[in-house]
Ligand binder design. Structure first.
Ligand code: NAP
Length: 164
């Protein structure tokens, strides 16, 4: 099974503030939707509670990571108490997407094979950060640049990295 990270990061690896994203980039949301629809996504409890009003994203299986043994699984979601447990729950899947936030990216980075990173060309005030990766361990295999426009306050680049 292929394990992949999906994240949007600023120039300082910032990913969020006050349990919300730092930007509204519709093209990145579309990219996220295209990549993950029909698949299983894993996210930390904070990220889950920050999106979709506490409801799972449609047409995907959501696994929420929490250490709380009493956390009630929201409707149509699964719960795991460790990243390995979440991965084991998906042994029959082709690809599994790790969707944040900072705590879960840090756990997952040593395990994943692919990172889909949207580089947002801005330096914003963040309180949560993507972990620094070792550039010697990762090869960029594609990148697509997009300019800022009336719907996107910042320019951004979709990049795909695979582990050497
Ligand atoms: N830019 C992006 O692409 C992107 C993507 C996703 C999220 N974000 C941002 O990231 C921020 C949230 O990140 P975050 O680091 O605060 O939270 P998070 O990683 O989403 O969730 C953290 C929670 O996950 C659970 N957890 C952590 N380690 C665990 C482990 N080893 N086993 C089981 N459960 C574990 C804990 O839940 P319990 O407390 O319930 O035990 C912990 O409080 C937000 O600002 C969000 O908008 C950005």
């Amino acid at each position: 099974m292929k394990l992949s990270i999906l994240a949007a990061i600023d120039r300082n690896y910032g990913i969020g503030k006050d349990n919300a994203l730092l930007w509204h980039l519709p093209a990145d949301l579309r990219f996220f939707k295209t990549k993950t629809t029909g698949h299983t996504i894993i996210m930390g409890r904070n990220t889950f509670e920050s999106i979709g009003g506490g409801k799972p994203l449609p047409n995907r299986t959501t696994i929420i990571l929490t250490k709380n043994p009493h956390y009630n699984a929201p409707e149509n979601c699964k719960i795991a108490h460790s990243l390995q447990h979440a991965i084991d729950m998906c042994a029959n899947k082709d690809e599994l997407f790790i969707c944040g936030g900072a705590q879960i990216y840090a756990l997952a980075l040593p395990l994943v094979h692919t990172m889909y990173i949207t580089h947002v060309h801005a330096t914003l005030q963040a309180d949560t950060f993507f972990p620094k990766w070792n550039p010697n361990e990762w090869k960029k295999v594609s990148e697509t640049h997009c300019d800022a426009d009336e719907k996107h306050a910042y320019s951004y680049t979709f990049a795909e990295y695979i582990k050497y």
